[in-house]
Design a protein around this ligand. Sequence first.
Ligand code: WTA
Length: 680
Amino acid sequence: MQSLCGRISNYFVTSSARRIADRRLLAGRSCSTSACVPEIAGYEGVADHGGLHGFSVAQTERFWGAVARSRLSWNSPFHTVHDCDLSQGKIRWFLGGKLNVSVNCLDRHACAFPNRVALIWERDEPGSEVKVTYRQLLELTCRLGNLFRRHGVKKGDCVTLYMPTCPLAVASMLACARIGAAHNVVFAGFSAEALADRIRDAQSSMVITVNQGVRGGKVAELKKTVDVAVQSCPSVKQVFVALRTENPVGMTSRDALLEEELQKEDVVCEPAAMDSEDVLFLLYTSGSTGKPKGLVHTQAGYLLYALLTHKYVFNYHDGDVFGCVADIGWITGHTYTVYGPLANGGTTVLFESTPVYPDPGRYWEMVQRLKINQFYGAPTAIRLLLKYGDQWVQKYDRSSLKILGSVGEPINTEAWEWYHRVVGGGRCSVVDTWWQTETGGICIAPRPSDPDAVIVPGMAMRPFFGIKPVLMDKEGAVLSTNDTSGALCIAQPWPGMARTIHNDHQRFTETYCQPYRGYFFTGDGAYRCKEGYYQIIGRLDDVINVSGHRIGTAELEDVVNRCRWVAESAVIGYTHDIKGQGVYAFVVLKKEVDVQEADLVQHLKDMVSKSIAKYACPDFIQFVPRLPKTRSGKIMRRVLRKVVEHDVDGLGDLSTLEDPATVQEVIQGHHHLFSKTHQQ
Ligand code: WTA
């Protein structure tokens, strides 16, 4: 067999030649700050982040054209930088260009430095990490790509992954990209029903899973969950099962053992030449209706945006070890565990465990052992860990750390200060990064290119290149002054944004492009301070953020209302010390109920775990005789929220209520539930 590099080298002669040419074109333009973007250095007013950012939004084509040409390896060049009309939900970048995402993430690095570590798999069992080099990851990806092809997966198909964070999962994602299939990673904490919904919507013919997951020392029956799910998914023809534990697993004629099959495959796999706008992956997320939406991300724009944000927001340099502890089942895992770091030829940590296993020092012991330089985590974990005390952090050497990132929800001042002072020893920059599944990558962050910029605690602050945030008032007018709050929109398209909702473009335009016509609506509210920096306030729609995971109240109500004893329900989010938000359900029962209240509470919680996931379970279920409604029959959620937040003075105008007595009923029931809970 010809050597790996020999066989693939022809593949990117043209693109690397083009990159060198690009650099030559730019030679001679000096860069006044160490962090500036060399491709556009020397253009008017680009000496600092403000200048670079201004240039990127004013001269979109020049900015994105230059970075796309120099940072990605193309099979054939694009002829048009973008063709977008946000009001129609039409978003297309790098038209005419062809490339392969796996080549950009693997081959070019495997050729340049085959023995560089690409992945460090931080297994659940501490101290048992596994390192995978670029060459090994490329070979694994190729074997998987060949296997998928041999089983009929074609360009345009979608493979569902239900796996823990591990090298096989990353290689499976990249193998899909290699052969032109889309992947659909479903968080391994989702229930069989939620998994089945996503497989059916994506119409996957293949599912990849493991016999059992291991997290926090506990075993999760992933294969059994897949067995249940695929019973209602006629599209699935093949399930591949990798072995994460040594326990036996029941197999059917539809199943095959992944590692065994891989041995039969060649380590070279011809990459498909993909159009920039072909689908790279679907990722389901909750919205304000009952049905989760499969957001669609495409090839070139997503990858470029992942690469650039990873490089600049975290000031990532060659040789750094990047530790994003998000699960690959969420967008953070996609963009900052997999695509961003690998596109930059970086070393990325795959964290399989939990922050408190085997004890609350896990993160920092790992930082010491793996010498992590950038640590990227969620405020909910920081809030949890700070309660255990500083000693769990101080036990370990954290001198490798340079940047501490935060994502998923607002980071409160106490958590920010602790992260900065205790974890970072006051030495590391804390970057609070705001973005969404829809945005593909970070949109607002404190230091999107200037490592010396001032950071204000608890604020995401500055827009990334190409991002033009605007705040809207209730009437849909742009708020132009500072020291003001409004609905956060983004005024022009950027390469990393989602293109559509799988099978439902109308929902995409209605949700994101029409509320403020011609702008991308994020669903979040934000405050712009006197200095012009942004602070995210939270969701404006009926989406709750539990431990950084989105869950729609309508989705929860759909499940609760399915219970035969329930007449109707209203679910809201309330402030929770650790989780950020918790779930609180108000439930109206039918007349004839022949079960005990406590049993019913447990039954409803079980229903939510079974239909969605454990993390979505209500913390409180309050039975009420009726819900406060307007005369037109709409539930007054605002009233319910105020009651739960103990702000009865702030109930506001109740004149539209059909029967104001309902409010007193809700308040009394809430006090009763609370006093009962505290007595327990
Ligand atoms: C919230 C996660 C405040 C926000 C990457 C957003 C944040 C939703 C922050 C997206 C932050 C994310 N500060 N809120 N730094 N980052 N959010 O799709 O409400 O899982 O709309 O993407 O999380 O969640 P998603």
